[in-house]
Design a protein around this ligand. Structure first.
Ligand SMILES: Nc1ncnc2c1ncn2[C@@H]1O[C@H](COP(=O)(O)OP(=O)(O)OP(=O)(O)O)[C@@H](O)[C@H]1O
Ligand SMILES: [Mg+2]
Length: 215
C-alpha cells in the first residue's frame, strides 16, 4: 500500500509555554475526506497551518506523501507546499487585479506545473462558474468567490486539499453546495481532503470526523 497522503502520529504546538493544540493519531489516504470540528480557539487553524508547513510543531511530526515536513528547510517546504497541497484559507486571498482564469493560471505557475488553461476552464465548468472566467474577484458574490478559491486550490492537482472554515460565510444552500463541491472535486482529483471548521452543518458530510478539544 502506498504511503498515506497525511500522517500525524501525534502533534503538539505551543506559543512559548502556552500549548494551543494537542492531538493524537491522524492518517489520511488518497480519497479520504475528514472534518476536524471544535469550538473557536481550540486550535483548528493552527492544525491547518502545521499540516501546510506554515508552522512547525513543538512536539510530534507531520508527514505528507512520505515527506516529513520538518526535514525540509523553509524554501524547500514552500516548494513542497506549492506542488502537493491545495489550500483554501478562510480569507480567500484571490488576487484582485487578475481575472478568475488568471488567478488559476498563476496557481499553476506557482506550483511549477505546466500552464493548462483548458484544465482550468474544465474546473470552472464543473464548479458552474465558467461564465466568470474573465471576471475580477471584486465582481463575485461570496459563494462564487468561494468556488473560485476551490478551483484555484485544485488546478495544479494537489495530493492534499486543506480548507479552513470553507462554509462560514455561506447560507444553508451555499454551505451545502460548497462542501459537496469540495468532497466531489477532491475525490475526482484523487486527493485527500481535510476541512477544519466550527460549522456544525458539516457534521456527517465527510467520511471521517474528529473533534478537537482545547488542550
Ligand atoms: N500568534 C499567536 N500568538 C499567540 N497565541 C496565538 C496566536 N495565534 C493563535 N493563538 C492562540 O492559539 C489558540 C488557537 O488558535 P486557532 O486560530 O488555531 O483557533 P481556531 O480553532 O482556528 O479558532 P476559530 O474557530 O476562532 O478560527 C487560540 O487560543 C489563540 O488565541
Ligand atoms: Mg480558525
Amino acid at each position: 500500500m502506498s504511503a498515506p497522503v497525511l500522517d500525524i502520529p501525534s502533534l503538539e504546538f505551543a506559543y512559548g509555554e502556552h500549548v494551543v493544540l494537542r492531538m493524537g493519531d491522524l492518517a489520511l489516504q488518497a480519497g479520504d475526506a475528514c472534518a476536524v470540528l471544535g469550538p473557536s480557539g481550540c486550535g483548528k487553524t493552527t492544525l491547518l497551518h502545521l499540516v501546510a508547513g506554515l508552522l512547525r510543531p513543538t512536539q510530534g511530526s507531520v508527514t505528507v506523501c512520505g515527506q516529513r515536513l520538518a526535514d525540509l528547510d523553509h524554501a524547500a517546504c514552500d516548494r513542497f507546499r506549492g506542488r502537493h497541497l491545495g489550500i483554501i484559507f478562510q480569507r480567500l486571498h484571490l488576487l484582485p487585479a487578475l481575472s478568475v482564469l488568471d488567478n488559476l493560471l498563476l496557481a499553476q505557475h506557482l506550483a511549477r506545473v505546466p500552464r493548462d488553461a483548458n484544465a482550468a476552464r474544465v474546473l470552472l465548468t464543473e464548479l458552474g462558474i465558467e461564465a466568470l472566467a474573465r471576471a475580477k474577484p471584486s465582481m463575485l458574490s461570496q459563494g462564487q468567490a468561494q468556488r473560485v478559491a476551490i478551483a484555484r486550490a485544485l488546478v495544479h492537482r494537489p495530493r492534499l486539499l486543506l480548507a479552513d472554515e470553507p462554509t462560514s460565510s455561506l447560507d444553508e444552500a451555499n454551505a451545502q453546495r460548497a462542501i459537496e463541491l469540495l468532497r466531489a472535486q477532491a475525490a475526482s482529483a484523487g486527493a485527500a481532503l481535510l476541512v477544519v471548521t466550527h460549522d456544525q452543518r458539516i457534521r456527517g458530510q465527510l467520511g471521517r470526523e474528529l473533534t478537537l478539544a482545547p488542550p
